[in-house]
Design a protein around this ligand. Structure first.
Ligand SMILES: Nc1nc2c(c(=O)[nH]1)N[C@H]1C(S)=C(S)[C@@H](COP(=O)(O)OP(=O)(O)OC[C@H]3O[C@@H](n4cnc5c(N)ncnc54)[C@H](O)[C@@H]3O)O[C@H]1N2
Ligand code: MOO
Length: 390
């Protein structure tokens, strides 16, 4: 068994970022930006009114002042003249503020009669003008790499770009293995169970920005596994589920080696997930997850998601952790780093009393994993622990 951090290092050592492609803005959500976006203009490109009202000179700002309205500026319709003393320009939000005007008085602070306005009392100090370039200047950058959130895409659009250079999405071929497995929705024999893990992993892959390809369930034979590996060709990550341990029917390691996997590690000091394996697999990477449903999902959060991120060109870093307060005590830990299914509440995080790695019902209730280091002493409520959000 090697520590989780060393396993991650060995995994990251196998990674080269995938090639890039260009996508339209509407296809960019969740993709990893690989080339910075450079603004081609200031935003706003002119000093813009932040309110509907009247643009005036500072010297004219006095309660009860009467000013003559000389024209109008609206968004997309600049006013060509300038605002002189004693004058006011009718202006709307987003319109360019004309020369001479130094502030915009909200229309609620004025009374209009014909072409005259009278300023009210208690006009706020706010000038209600957004200076040119206050958001960004020509030449400013949206920095890469980054996973594109809706606000990033809006910012890129605002910088006047309609296509973005992003990583090709990593393709993950998922192979469930085991003679006992049948697909959901069928009619299983009493000694069979439903193959559930691939569907949870499919979700994790898609959430992390990859594309998941579910292959047919492979039986516990070298031939069936060889065939599955053949079907997985072309994927960036080959993800197997089950058959990773030491039993007579746990053949994934042997079959993968026969199909050309160069092993980077097998067995990691984490709980659940000890029999995890990984290696180079031709042009792809292979990650062999344990079959227990919670083990496979926890290993995906701890290893697969960081792997997908690194392949996508993001920094190779472990799953982010935050500090949380324990709302209930924790027992002392054994020699493996323990990822306890837990729920957050107003008083902090509480580990579920049942932690068996077969319990999807518990994982489904959990919103985080408490990470307890190997050999950690018992912890009291109120102590601080590290957690990974689910
Ligand atoms: N003698 C030992 N036995 C075991 C050890 C050990 O160190 N020595 N480790 C245990 C640990 S820890 C784990 S984790 C499991 C993992 O074993 P495998 O990866 O070989 O998993 P399987 O035996 O194939 O399956 C375990 C369990 O999960 C069910 N399963 C498998 N695939 C799926 C799927 N796609 N969907 C739903 N459920 C699945 C399978 O039916 C088994 O019940 O080994 C321990 N044993
Ligand atoms: O490590 Mo196994 O994943 O405990 O259940």
């Amino acid at each position: 068994m090697i520590p989780v951090s060393e396993a991650l290092d060995r995994l990251f050592a196998l990674v080269s970022p995938l090639p890039t492609e260009e996508v339209r803005l509407t296809a960019a959500l969740g993709r990893v930006l690989r080339s910075e976006v450079i603004a081609t203009r200031d935003q706003p490109p002119f000093a813009a009114s932040a309110m509907d009202g009247y643009a005036i000179r500072e010297v004219d700002l006095a309660p009860g002042a009467v000013l003559r309205v000389t024209g109008e500026a609206a968004a997309g319709h600049a006013y060509a003249g300038h605002v002189g003393p004693g004058e006011a320009l009718r202006i709307f939000t987003g319109a360019p503020v004309p020369e001479g005007a130094e502030r915009v008085v909200m229309q609620e602070d004025t009374a209009r009669e014909g072409d005259r306005i009278t300023l009210g009392d208690g006009i706020s100090d706010n000038r209600n003008i957004r200076p040119a370039g206050v958001d960004f200047r020509a030449g400013d950058k949206l920095v890469a790499p980054r996973r594109l959130a809706p606000a990033d895409i809006a910012l890129a659009a605002s910088m006047n770009t309609d296509r973005l250079t992003v990583s090709r999405r990593p393709e993950v071929a998922i192979i469930a293995t085991g003679d006992e497995l049948v697909a959901p929705g069928g009619d299983p024999r009493p000694d069979q169970i439903i193959a559930s893990n691939a569907y949870g992993l499919h979700g994790i892959v898609e959430q992390a920005g990859g594309t998941a390809r579910l292959l047919p369930i492979a039986g516990d034979s070298m031939g069936a596994l060889a065939q599955a590996f053949e079907l997985a060709r072309g994927a960036d990550i080959v993800l197997t589920i089950g058959g990773a341990s030491v039993g007579d029917h746990d053949l994934v390691g042997d079959a993968a080696a026969e199909a050309g996997m160069e092993r980077a590690f097998w067995k990691v000091a984490l709980r659940p997930g000890k029999p995890l394996m990984a290696g180079r697999f031709g042009a792809a990477l292979l990650l062999g997850l344990p079959g227990n449903p919670v083990s496979s999902m926890v290993c995906a959060h701890v290893f697969l998601v960081p792997l997908i991120r690194a392949l996508s060109g993001l920094p190779a870093t472990p799953a982010p952790r935050r500090l949380a307060r324990l709302a209930a005590p924790l027992a002392a830990n054994g020699p493996r780093e323990h990822y306890l299914r837990a729920a957050s509440g107003p008083d902090g995080v509480t580990a579920f009393s049942k932690q068996d790695s077969s319990l999807l019902s518990v994982l489904s209730e959990a919103d985080c994993l408490i990470v307890q280091p190997p050999g950690d002493r018992a912890r009291d409520a109120g102590e601080t622990v590290e957690v990974i959000a689910l």
